[in-house]
Design a protein around this ligand. Sequence first.
Ligand code: UGA
Length: 487
Amino acid sequence: MRSIEDDLFPSTPGKVKIERTNMLNRQFYRCFASTSTMFVWALFLIALTASYLSFQSFVDPRNRHFAASWGGLNWEKQVRTSAQIRDSRHMSVLVTGAAGFVGSHVSLALKKRGDGVVGLDNFNDYYDPSLKRARKSLLNENGIFVVEGDINDARLLSKLFDVVAFSHVMHLAAQAGVRYAMKNPASYIHSNIAGLVTLLETCKAAVPQPSLVWASSSSVYGLNEKVPFSESDQTDQPASLYAATKKSGEEITHTYNHIYGLSITGLRFFTVYGPWGRPDMAYFSFTRNILQGKPITVYRGKNRADLARDFTYIDDIVKGCLGSLDTSGKSTGNTSPVTVPTLVSILERHLKVKAKKNFVDMPGNGDVPFTHANISLARSELGYKPSTDLQTGLKKFVKWPLRVVRHKHRLSLVLDISDHGGTTVASPAAMDLAMTQNRSTHMTTTSPRFKTLKQFQHDQIDHNKNSEASSRSWRGPRQSPASGGRP
Ligand SMILES: O=C(O)[C@H]1O[C@H](OP(=O)(O)OP(=O)(O)OC[C@H]2O[C@@H](n3ccc(=O)[nH]c3=O)[C@H](O)[C@@H]2O)[C@H](O)[C@@H](O)[C@@H]1O
């Protein structure tokens, strides 16, 4: 494998992006003539709509900033091949920002040691994309497929997780650079906040949930004066929007760990430099200008004090990233209590049916207000590591009839347990499939042998009211004697 350190890094001048018009700051003047007033109001409405759409473009994860081409059998094959691991001891990693400076180095290092790697990058033009294309070629030569797409594209992310059950995500895609935030603040919200949340939502829903390692920044220490900076220091005084978005990312990832049990490790990188680096960074642009005999601008602080950075060489950062992936805990899922209304809303989402909720005071019948297990002893003594979160578990529960049928009857996708005295129950998804598969047969939603869970629940309520044995009651699948027979 060719080492990227062996390659010369190309000289690629940075680009300056055109500043976005801030529609919200537009002013309009009051007009007294009636037609003119209407005209001005119409203009105002158009401006308001445009402002809204412009705002949505960085908060709405479904909005794409560019047309990406992905999908298809050949594309899926490339993704799968790239994700192949050398043997079962290795991990399959989705690397976001793979065509970036740190992303390309980390991808190559992972691949070299036998891990499966799939890259994702939007190839934006914050700096010359030809450098990113050159890095991509290098990755391709080393068997790494880089998908061209944005972390805000929820459909693409979910497709990637459908094709490959990634065990890890190395999240390095971001809008980098401290000073550029003055020129293009929206790009920081788009990538570092909206994109991060879209990625976390995908990881949360994935089965199994991957462990995530991501790049925060030394800039979160902001105006901190205590040196050296350490993890326990305060980070509530960011000095730039970039720093503020990275700090927000730290808070956002905390909540995804807390609520959904996602294993997340944030790394605060300190001014990373090296071959294949970013042309917008000082060491790079200084080198270029010095070679071209051009002057360089060296900033100074208060009282002409020299500025200083704890510069970190790329190889050390790569070691840190790989070490973090290797030692990252497994996503544990349900380590936090979930409120009962949340349980209901998850069920509603999976069943695609709205529950009729009656909220009443808790009866004094022995119920307790909450439970929350401390599983640390079970973890250390038994190696117990629950890995299914409630979202995933309920999804599996709701799809249960469909799975059983797949196992028993390959051609029919609906569970038929009528020969055990029960009534067939099908989840809405199973019903859709049953209708598709059996369009020309007698099977329809009105057939008495096929019910959705919703219909089944209604029947159960009626059945319980009558409190008598009913031939329509559902007994569930056959149980082994050891498990106690009927549920
Ligand atoms: O540590 C980090 O987290 C951050 O490190 C760098 O940010 P920065 O340290 O500002 O790196 P440079 O842009 O290369 O600047 C290095 C130093 O050179 C100075 N500089 C920069 C540009 C210039 O023309 N002149 C100049 O003196 C800067 O003020 C700074 O003190 C990266 O650009 C960020 O993306 C990263 O997140």
